[in-house]
Design a protein around this ligand. Sequence first.
Ligand SMILES: [Fe+2]
Length: 132
Amino acid sequence: MRPIKWNEKFELGFKKIDDQHKKLVGILNEVIEARNENKQAEIISKTLDELVKYTQYHFSDEEKFMEEHNYPRIDEHKLLHKELINEVEKITRDFNADNIEKVDEVFDLLIHWVLNHILEKDMDYKNFIRNN
Ligand SMILES: [Fe+2]
């Protein structure tokens, strides 16, 4: 799996959020690296745990930010966050229980979700806040 290269197009233009997204991509890259290097399951599991924790932390900050700016689709966005956290937690649990058959495919999906969230879903509140 190829690591993710940070790209300007991921940037929303709000420093705090962008910094957190960069950190999130950094943790995803640690997951990818651990996987690529065939690290012990224990190490991969630790990076997945870190991903869950940081994602939770970031989402709660992001929700506060949307609240402060009266973003009208906040409930919808919160739901997306909840679903994403549930998925990442599930993957972590399955991985820990040695319950994933195609680890690479599942990890690919995980990376796709997170990037897609930043690139598409977060852009919506960015556009709202920028234009209001
Ligand atoms: Fe978000």
